[in-house]
Design a protein around this ligand. Structure first.
Ligand code: 25A
Ligand code: L14
Length: 346
């Protein structure tokens, strides 16, 4: 009989947590027992999982007794307080927030790119990378393996679901308010904790998360730092501009890369065609290219609009789209847990 595991899901009632539940069922994750943890606001409420009704419990340190795999997606402050408590009690934590990602002793993992980093988990905590970063490195890794990679310049077009359930509701409400000719109310975006809020319906916002002190936002710095860490390329040139668009789910990215070796567009096609987790959607004769409405609820990362730069034979442009709640968050977390089991690391 295959081994089964005791699992805890923190933030089960959120945008990412509910997708984790779907993926655990769909992928037949070997669950021996499971508990659902959230804030006191939800504790005591029923939650359906795989045809059974469970009761949501409050996330406390003691709730992790006996848990082997703890999936966290309830925001950075919750992970900061509770992930070490879960690890102390013997759980392997897979954390979706940015809190531990750049810690030198916390592996930051996209299984298709750096699965080997799971061999060493000194603190019992594994970080799931930023959603925009995951889909980009998944597509760039096969190219890097064959041609080398020296530079990445990315502009993102990010969906509101990246900012949680409240941001999805805000886009809906603003669209309805606009439809009725009412004033549009904004309380969440571009960053809940920042001073000003702007409408996202009928708008694009060139700010995701707050600003750091170098003029880049935290979201941009996450893409820059995490890309280097996951690809183990500290000298890679990376620049990012992160932009919010009025899409519910599915992040899109315009990516410019420079390779070490010369390649043709056909080489790039051939490399990506067989890459794990990647689907090529690139045929201009049929206007085929990735778009978020078709990527929603899909597992793969979609790549298209591949062109060679007209001035640099080692430069390429492409368009990368994935469901930010799936490959960008819930699916990647479950794939990490599956890799731990397959590689006998848990
Ligand atoms: O702190 P950060 O880093 O800025 O995180 C911001 C948000 O990003 C989401 C997640 O929002 C997080 O809160 N998130 C996290 N990782 C993500 C990722 N990789 C990510 N989004 C995208 N990609 P969310 O809405 O998806 O989910 C929030 C979940 O966290 C639980 N939670 C919150 N505080 C907690 C806690 N769990 C334990 N301890 C705490 N202290 C939260 O549960 C939810 O599961 P909940 O019980 O607090 O919420 C249940 C329902 O309540 C509604 N609601 C949300 N906010 C409010 C609210 N109701 C009233 N007032 C509110 N302020 C929602 O409908 C929710 O379903
Ligand atoms: O750091 O608001 O993983 O779209 C990525 C999505 C932070 C929020 C992270 C968003 C999150 C971000």
């Amino acid at each position: 009989m295959t081994k089964q595991y005791s699992v805890a899901l923190v933030g089960a009632t959120g945008a990412v947590g509910s997708k984790m539940m779907e993926k655990l069922i769909e992928r037949k994750f070997p669950i021996g027992s499971i508990k659902f943890l959230a804030s006191a606001r939800s504790a005591g409420k029923p939650i359906e999982f795989n045809g059974q009704t469970y009761t949501i419990e409050e996330a406390t340190p003691e709730a992790f007794e006996g848990v082997q795999i703890a999936l966290f997606s309830a925001g950075g402050s919750v992970s900061e307080a509770l992930a070490p408590e879960a690890a102390k009690r013997g759980a392997i934590v897979i954390d979706n927030t940015s809190h531990f990602r750049m810690h030198p002793e916390v592996p930051l993992v996209v299984p298709e790119v750096n699965r080997h980093a799971l061999k060493d988990i000194p603190n019992g905590i594994i970080a799931n990378p930023n959603c925009s970063t995951i889909q980009m490195v998944a597509a760039l890794q096969p190219l890097r393996a064959r041609f080398g990679l020296t530079k990445v310049i990315v502009s993102t077009y990010q969906a509101v679901s990246g900012s949680g359930i409240a941001a999805i509701e805000e886009l809906r409400n603003q669209s309805a308010q606009w439809e009725k000719g009412k004033d549009v109310e904004a309380n969440i975006l571009p960053a809940k904790s920042d001073k000003k809020h702007y409408p996202i319906a009928r708008n694009v916002i060139p700010q995701i998360d707050k600003f750091t002190d170098n003029g880049y936002t935290y979201e941009e710095m996450k893409m820059i730092n995490e890309t280097k860490k996951i690809m183990e390329l500290p000298a890679l040139h990376v620049a990012a501009t992160c932009v919010r668009v009025p899409v519910v789910s599915g992040h899109s990215e315009s990516v410019y890369i420079e390779l070490e070796k010369e390649a043709s567009v056909e080489d790039i096609f051939a490399t990506l065609k067989d890459a794990p987790g990647i689907v090529l959607q690139d045929d201009i004769t049929t206007q085929t290219y990735p778009m978020p409405i078709f990527a929603e609820n899909e597992d793969p990362t979609f790549v298209g609009r591949i062109r060679r730069d007209l001035d640099n034979p080692k430069g390429f442009h492409m368009w990368i789209v994935a469901d930010n709640l799936l490959k960008g968050a819930a699916l990647n977390s479950i794939q990490i847990a599956e890799a731990l089991i397959e590689d006998d690391l848990i």
